[in-house]
Design a protein around this ligand. Structure first.
Ligand code: HEM
Length: 646
């Protein structure tokens, strides 16, 4: 990607550059110098959007076309033009040129209207309710409940100390409430922007949210009351069907949004679509499995159901939904956010087909082994796990997570650790048959649980923590340089995960290893709570800034019941109309800040004995002159070769 060359281009000066902040372009970097009636303004790829919007709010409409819209609040996200271009897949040079045009020849606005800011729409902050609910679930029925179960297991020195239904209530709450809600929130928020379109029927995303959270609550209550309440199974089924409806809505909304966007079907989109398929399939399977286990006529039938269907279900949820969605987002975002190398498209398509084959294979082979009882069939899992591990290792070797990120960021360590935990969990799976032989058992529950925890906490949870800590400040217009390094939560969760994985395996060898297990859960929950609280504070700040900004948004028409001070804020030049109609008191800044805040246009007209109709007509005539459209520039118009513009 080329930034604008040669260093300075002289163009018409920008209008109304009352607050210009000429950035210091770094050495060797180029900037376009634009001049208009108000002087000179330099646009360089490193200019922050907030700096540009402060002095040239009109340029926001250029970014909105590429998916910015209400993101980041009134002054947009705290990111550079270059970062925006990379994150939104826009040709940097085209974007710079469109911005230069917007600054050099700002659209004529009505000569007294304040710059138009788009009111935040529902889809602009749809992620927020999903992320907040996800944090609430992980800190309640999810990780905290899990920590309690772990404490009980540790105290009693046995994994049988807790009921399988209690474990499954935790498991389902984590899969749907932690992973599911964050995936849905992130996807609803980011994918339409990446596809440079808008989400189809955004209100349905609120319906999906209600169905998912309501379904989760009803289902968790049902599953955890399985042994105590006859209506528990129908209740869990009801909740489960609500979740199926939520996932169905989510999946169809995203597919229609993508189809309507006309965006190119890149490999990362292939991963996302496959993940949506696993989400739908595994949700239906999980509802059936809950009903099956909760209505099992006796212990043998329950054990059979758990031993036969639980592992394939988790494979679809963890190796299918979570792994595919995270890989899809990583392929698209990690190069843009952290400067990691792009995986060649052909490689990525190969990765997708091999991993899809592996997930289908491990599900079918395991079910065939269970249905037939032939242990030899189970050996078929080893080559499948080998393919999965090798595929992931190819990717990890490409990104080298053991090295610092090319573009350092406070969240980079979460992503690096996650892509180290993923191959660890897969290699553990691959050597499981050998481990079982070493321990002298046909299946080690402790070892298998440890491989699961390495991927659910080590990979999935750390990726959620890292990506959410990256996007939430951006979406709320918060400068990440003002935020903490998150080293504490990072250390707590990793330490807890290492302790859990190692001590759980050690329980196969020494009983004393049960004692520290309980501590691991507390460390993980403490780290999640520390991280989660920080995110909640940022989202509340963003919400507050939005409410404040929204309250100052210009209405479609000046009405009689609008306060004089608001009209002046929305349309500063209407002062001349008020003065023309005799409201000279408005020349006083004090009266504008005090009296004008209390008085409506109708009241002022009555006080001055002015015709309200005429006053409103003059105000609206001035406020809304017709607006001219910006020229759409194609990348080809301004293609350039290194070292200069043609
Ligand atoms: C962060 C702290 C966590 C703690 C303390 C925790 C605790 C536990 C415990 C004690 C069990 C039962 C273990 C056994 O019987 O072997 C369990 C099982 C399970 N956990 Fe967690 N967990 C945590 C995080 C997660 C996460 C992040 C996920 C999913 C993304 C998850 C999903 C599951 C599932 C699905 C099961 C059932 C296992 C199976 O069906 O194979 N857990 N967890």
């Amino acid at each position: 990607m080329l930034s604008a060359n040669p260093p300075f281009v002289r163009l018409a000066p920008p209008v109304q550059a009352d607050q210009t902040s000429v950035p210091h372009t770094p050495e060797g970097e180029t900037a376009a110098m634009i001049t208009n009636g108000q002087g000179e303004f330099a646009i360089s790829p490193d200019l922050l959007l907030s700096e540009l919007f402060r002095s040239h709010p009109d340029t926001r409409i250029v970014f909105d076309r590429y998916g910015l819209r209400g993101c980041g609040g009134p002054l947009g996200p705290s990111e550079s033009i270059r970062f925006f271009a990379r994150a939104h897949g826009v040709d940097e040079l085209t974007l710079l040129r469109e911005l230069e045009q917007a600054v050099a020849a700002p659209r004529p606005r009505s000569h007294c209207a304040a710059p138009m800011r788009l009111a935040p729409e529902l889809a602009d902050s749809i992620y927020r309710r999903y992320f907040l609910a996800g944090i609430a679930v992980v800190l309640s029925a999810g990780a905290s409940w899990g920590a309690w179960l772990l404490w009980t297991i540790g105290l009693n020195g046995s994994f049988r100390a807790v009921s399988v239904h209690a474990i499954n209530a935790h498991g389902e709450a984590q899969i749907f409430g932690w992973v599911g809600l964050f995936i849905m929130g992130f996807a609803y928020q980011a994918f339409p922007r990446l596809w440079q379109t808008t989400l189809v029927a955004p209100r349905l995303a609120v319906v999906a949210f209600g169905l998912m959270v309501g379904g989760l609550f009803v289902r968790t209550v049902g599953i955890s009351a399985a042994e105590a309440w006859t209506l528990a199974a129908p209740l869990a089924l009801t909740g489960g069907l609500m979740q199926v409806a939520a996932v169905g809505l989510f999946t169809s909304q995203l597919l229609v949004t993508f189809w309507r966007s006309g965006a190119v079907v890149e490999a990362y989109v292939g991963f996302v679509v496959a993940a949506l398929g696993w989400f739908l399939l595994s949700t239906v399977f999980s509802v059936w499995h809950s009903w099956h286990t909760m209505t099992a006529p006796d212990v043998d039938a329950l054990v059979w159901a758990i031993a036969t269907y639980q592992a394939p279900l988790r494979d679809l949820q963890i190796h299918g939904l979570a792994l595919f969605m995270i890989l899809g987002v990583s392929l698209r975002m990690l190069p843009a956010i952290y400067g990691l190398p792009r995986v060649p498209e052909r490689w990525a398509w190969w990765l997708l087909s091999l991993l899809t084959g592996a997930v289908v294979g491990e599900t079918i082979v395991f079910l065939a082994y269970r249905w037939t009882g032939y242990h030899l069939i189970a050996m078929g899992l080893v080559p499948i796990w080998a393919i999965m591990t090798a595929t992931i290792l190819v990717l990890v070797l490409q990104w080298r997570p053991w090295r610092p990120m090319p573009e350092p960021d406070r969240t980079g360590k979460f992503v690096r650790a996650a892509y180290l935990w993923l191959p660890v969990s897969l290699v553990m799976l691959l050597v499981m048959p050998a481990y079982n032989r070493l321990v002298g058992v046909s299946f080690s529950h402790a070892y298998f649980g440890a491989t699961r925890h390495a991927i659910t906490v080590g990979f999935i949870t750390l990726m959620i923590m890292g990506m959410a800590a990256k996007v939430v400040p951006t979406l709320n217009g918060i400068d990440p340089r003002t935020l903490s390094s998150l080293r504490g939560p990072f250390l707590f969760v990793n330490l807890g995960c290492v302790l859990r994985v190692t001590m759980q395996i050690a329980t196969d060898w020494i009983h004393a290893a049960y004692a520290p297990i309980g501590l691991s859960g507390i460390l993980e929950v403490a780290g999640l709570a520390w991280w989660g609280l920080g995110l909640v504070v940022m989202m509340r700040r963003g919400r507050h800034a939005e409410v404040v900004a929204a309250s100052s948004l210009a209405p479609a028409r000046v009405e009689a019941n609008h306060r004089v001070a608001d009209v002046l804020e929305w349309f500063p030049r209407t002062e001349e109309v008020f003065l023309r109609h005799g409201f000279t008191a408005l020349k006083s800044a004090v009266l504008r800040r005090t009296l004008a805040r209390q008085v409506t246009v109708a009241h002022a007209a009555a006080l001055r004995g002015v015709s309200l109709t005429n006053l409103l007509k003059d105000l609206n005539d001035l406020a809304y002159e017709p607006v001219m459209e910006l020229p759409v520039l194609s990348a080809d118009t301004y293609s350039c070769t290194k070292g200069g513009l043609q």
